[in-house]
Design a binder for this molecule. Structure first.
Ligand code: IPM
Ligand code: MG
Length: 360
């Protein structure tokens, strides 16, 4: 049985609580002999800043480079509002993405039947929804240079961010989207402002996949109007940040959305660098209270099973267990009907372990 090296970076806020539930699940899979994991832990975000005065230490970056997969919780909080910009909590996440070359961010938005009524949209709009946002993650305005704030002669300041993409950057993210579409409903919607490069790649290598172009602002509107028209949405870093938050709410709660960030395949080993993280943030207002929904974090581990470890059956089983638990009516506060009973973070984790066992 192969041993997989996992690096856990719980981070700040609710990160450690939701990661705690993944630990339980990882050790359950270990005990079943279904897979074996070697786990390291590190610090990222504000907690890393408190310990090392930077958002991730060199030592933890090295562990991330060596890991088969990184599991990331969440970063940030009011405590670090005044730390220098280059050491702000988010810088740790951005450095991981950039240094590991994690250019492809997969953000599935699936509406579990049991949760259709938890969405702020009408149930018929979201019921059965299954879309995948493929967000470019290492380019665009997040990393474009120049990126600076300069003081002008009159004492006022000028901030500059740069939005730029090269054709190879566009090609490789679109290839990921087209390949994934072939395993799904075979349709790609490119949410952008320009379309030359995508159109050329499509004609050359992916003419069998349906391709449509949708302006990014229209896409945001269509997502709340009739999201089921989409299968795979491919988009840039900044639009993807926004569109994936919109898509998250279709599923009932930001607490439901897992994600995978993948690098290029290493031609020698066939492996990809990978980081898995919930789309939700650190939610400092509810941190430490046992209120957080661990499903996005646990679903992120399911994606690790699928995309990094080739453990498709284990991934199906874990995702099935999540659906079973939701089907049985178990809810954390974020997805519970107003006034209804809600379980704690660890009770939700335990319920998922039980459901995994029941699927035996
Ligand atoms: C996300 C987050 C990050 C982003 C932040 C924390 C830098 O919003 O992963 O969507 O903007 O990419
Ligand atoms: Mg975001």
């Amino acid at each position: 049985m192969a041993t997989h090296k996992l690096l856990m970076l719980p981070g700040d806020g609710i990160g450690p609580e939701v990661m705690g539930q993944v630990e339980t699940i990882v050790s359950w899979f270990g005990k079943q002999g279904l897979a074996s994991f070697e786990i390291e832990k590190g610090l990222v975000g504000g907690s890393a800043y408190d310990a090392h005065k930077q958002a991730i230490s060199e030592g933890d970056m090295k562990l991330a480079q060596q890991a088969d997969a990184v599991l990331f919780g969440a970063v940030g909080g009011p405590k670090w509002a005044d730390v220098p910009y280059q050491h702000r909590p988010e810088a740790g996440l951005l450095r991981l993405r950039k240094d590991l070359g994690l250019f492809a961010n997969l953000r599935p938005a699936i509406c579990y039947p049991a949760l259709a009524s938890a969405s702020s949209l009408k149930p018929e709009v979201v019921e059965g929804l299954d879309i995948l946002i493929v967000r470019e993650l290492t380019g665009g305005v997040y990393f474009g240079e120049p990126k600076e704030i300069v003081t002008l002669e009159d004492g006022s300041k000028r901030g500059v961010d740069t939005q730029l993409y090269t054709t190879p950057e566009i090609d490789r993210i679109c290839r990921v989207a087209f390949e994934l579409a072939r395993t799904r409903r075979n349709k790609v919607s490119s949410a952008e402002k320009h379309k030359q490069t995508v159109t050329a790649l499509h004609a050359k290598d992916y003419a069998d996949v349906e391709l449509e172009h949708v302006l990014a602002d229209n896409c945001a509107m269509q997502l709340v109007r009739w999201p089921k028209q989409y299968d795979v949405i491919v988009t840039d870093n900044l639009f993807g940040d926004i569109l994936s938050d919109v898509a998250a709410m279709l599923t009932g709660s930001l607490g439901m959305l897992p994600s995978a960030s993948l690098g290029a395949e290493d031609p020698a080993t066939g492996k990809r660098k990978a980081l898995y993280e919930p789309v939700h943030g650190s939610a400092p207002d509810i941190a430490g209270k046992g209120l957080a929904n661990p499903i996005a974090m646990i679903g992120s581990f399911a994606m690790a099973l699928r995309y990094s470890f080739g453990a498709i059956e284990a991934a199906d089983r874990l995702e099935g267990a999540i659906a079973d638990v939701l089907g049985s009516g178990t809810r954390t506060k974020d997805i519970a009907a107003p006034g209804a009973n809600a379980v704690s973070t660890s009770e939700m984790g335990q319920a998922i372990v039980k459901a995994l066992e029941a699927r035996g």
